[in-house]
Design a protein around this ligand. Structure first.
Ligand code: PEP
Ligand code: MG
Length: 530
């Protein structure tokens, strides 16, 4: 089989190589007793034994792991967890089937929740389900060879914790979420992890190279791929050592310029894994996750925004109004379009649905007094859109008797970057290099076939960035960059050279971004190799 490549989203940064281990979900058959009293007792015994196992594991764990296990033990000890399974047993169904059916319903409810926190918790329920089922069927807990690259639809926290990661290894999930408990654990333990990889066309024991820095997977690498991987992973290791030693220090270039480094987040729970002392605030909170499976209410949004503001403790937090559409469809909100990246997306969609936009505006306005909030509008192309959005915020603020926080825009539509003059009254610009690059280069950000073209170091993109920064400075507008390029050590020297002094990066990129800044200078290195 030839070398095969796949891509995924980085949930935990790092490099790993090892044999593939495909994690299946096959189970041992259960033997029913035929008597509902015995079946109920079997289920209660299995749940009790599962709770004891988890409590024992919790007592020998610490930090996040202990918290996750304690949460699972509490669920297993909660009588309501078994209620519907017991009803089904009384109705004549065996314990294993009743348990699985009841849990499947609950897992589906969690998976379908509006809130990413609850969606991510579905893995805990899956974990509880599997453990009790194993106890009912007498199946052994699964063991994976140390150092393996696990490939699974999803992985549960205790499955993660049962693996010996000291020997290396990595996780590749078909789907999964970077906000899941497993992703959180992987980041804490430094286990490379990619989500959204899909199903690999590979077999157990195939050699896999995982580049969880750029989100790449290589199956059965040839000599060239191995060589490239070794070079990249060695460079990464050196950089990581340097980065860790400087994480708590302010980011300063080699020629002494202070660079503010903020983080990009989506789910408020992501803040749990970030020490606020290591960053200068939140440069971008994407709110699409709140809209992931429907339209969230004002109170749910308010709670999410307040949580982030409280965590930031006075440092700036820029929350972006919903950027639904494009690659982020929201059922009941976005519309079917033949070319969604050029369609009713971001502020265009929000302005076409003032009912939805006003709810978000109110939640943001009410959250603002809890911290240092700035509000940002995505996909703005013309000044009238900004004016309309600002007017809605002003009206809602008057109705609530609250002030309007600083309002700014993403600079990601080329029209704005080329002709920023109509936006002189905006409080701040944040350059969205992901979209700006894809629109300038006409190369879709989600299309691997044109990935080489989608490069923020192209002279055309860098020129626009340089001009936007110069315009902002000349007009007293704060300017930053919050696209993925901001956390890419290969692009950071060009961004600083283009005049940027504020970058907002994915939390997993924070240490490396700071390290890259420390070896960059403010002189413009021009564009990279395109
Ligand atoms: C961008 O476009 O660079 C950006 C930060 O926004 P998003 O990736 O959410 O479109
Ligand atoms: Mg964007």
């Amino acid at each position: 089989m030839p070398t095969l490549r796949a891509t995924g989203t980085v949930a935990s940064i790092g490099y790993a190589s090892g044999p593939l281990f495909i994690v299946g979900r096959e189970t041992t058959a259960y033997r029913p007793s035929g008597d509902h009293i015995t079946e109920s007792e079997r289920l209660f015994d299995a749940m009790d034994a599962a709770a004891q196992q988890v409590e024992t594991l919790a007592s020998s764990s610490d930090g996040d792991a202990a918290e996750i296990l304690e949460f699972q033990a509490a669920m297993l000890r909660d009588a309501s967890l078994s209620e519907s399974a017991i009803e089904s047993i009384v109705g004549g169904i065996d314990a294993a089937t009743s348990w699985s059916d009841a849990m499947r319903g609950q897992i589906a409810d969690y998976e379908g929740a509006d809130n990413a926190y609850f969606r991510a918790r579905s893995a805990d329920l899956q974990d509880i389900h599997d453990r009790v089922l194993r106890l009912l069927t007498g199946e052994q807990e699964r063991q994976w060879p140390p150092g393996a690259v696990l490939h699974a639809r999803d992985l549960t926290p205790t499955e993660f914790l049962s693996m010996d990661w000291t020997q290396g290894g990595a996780i590749l999930l078909h789907e999964g979420s970077a906000a899941s408990h497993v992703a959180m654990l992987a980041r804490t333990r430094g286990v490379p992890m990619l989500v959204g990889v899909g199903v690999l066309d590979a077999a157990n024991n195939d050699l896999i190279l995982v580049d969880a820095e750029r989100g790449r997977v290589i199956v059965l690498p040839d000599t060239e791929a191995r060589h490239e991987f070794l070079k990249a992973s060695t460079a990464h290791r050196h950089l990581m050592n340097l980065a860790r030693s400087r994480l708590h220090m302010p980011a300063v270039t080699a020629d002494g310029a202070r660079i503010e480094v903020l983080v990009n987040i989506a789910d408020p729970s992501e803040t749990e894994g970030i020490d606020i002392a290591t960053c200068d605030g939140v440069g971008l909170m994407r709110t699409e996750f709140l809209f992931g499976r429907g339209l969230p209410g004002e109170e749910a949004q308010l709670a999410a925004y307040r949580r982030v503001l409280a965590w930031a403790g006075g440092k700036p937090v820029t929350i972006r109004t919903v950027d639904a559409g494009g690659d982020k469809p929201v059922p009941g909100f976005t519309v079917e379009e033949s070319n969604p990246f050029l369609g009713l997306r971001g502020i265009r969609l929000s302005l076409s649905r003032p009912d939805v936009f006003r709810v978000q505006a109110r939640a943001l306005l009410r959250a603002a007094p809890s911290g240092n909030l700035k509000v940002m509008f995505p996909m703005v192309g013309i000044a009238a859109e900004y004016a309309a959005a600002r007017a809605i915020f002003a009206e809602e603020a008057t109705a609530l008797g609250l002030p309007v926080p600083p309002l700014g825009i993403m600079v990601e539509v080329p029209a704005v970057a080329i002709h920023p003059a109509p936006f002189r009254d905006v409080a701040f610009f944040s350059i969205g290099s992901n979209d700006l690059t894809q629109y300038v280069m006409a190369a879709g950000r989600d299309n691997g076939a044109v990935a080489a073209l989608n490069d923020a170091r192209h002279p055309a993109v860098l020129r626009l960035i340089r001009e936007v920064v110069a315009f902002a400075e000349a007009n007293g507008i704060t300017v930053s960059l919050c696209g993925d390029a901001g956390g890419d050590p290969g692009v950071i020297p060009q961004l600083i050279g283009a005049g940027l002094r504020t970058l907002s990066v994915a939390p997993a990129q924070l240490a490396l971004a700071k390290a890259a800044i420390s070896s960059a200078t403010t002189s413009d290195p021009g564009h990279g190799q395109i």
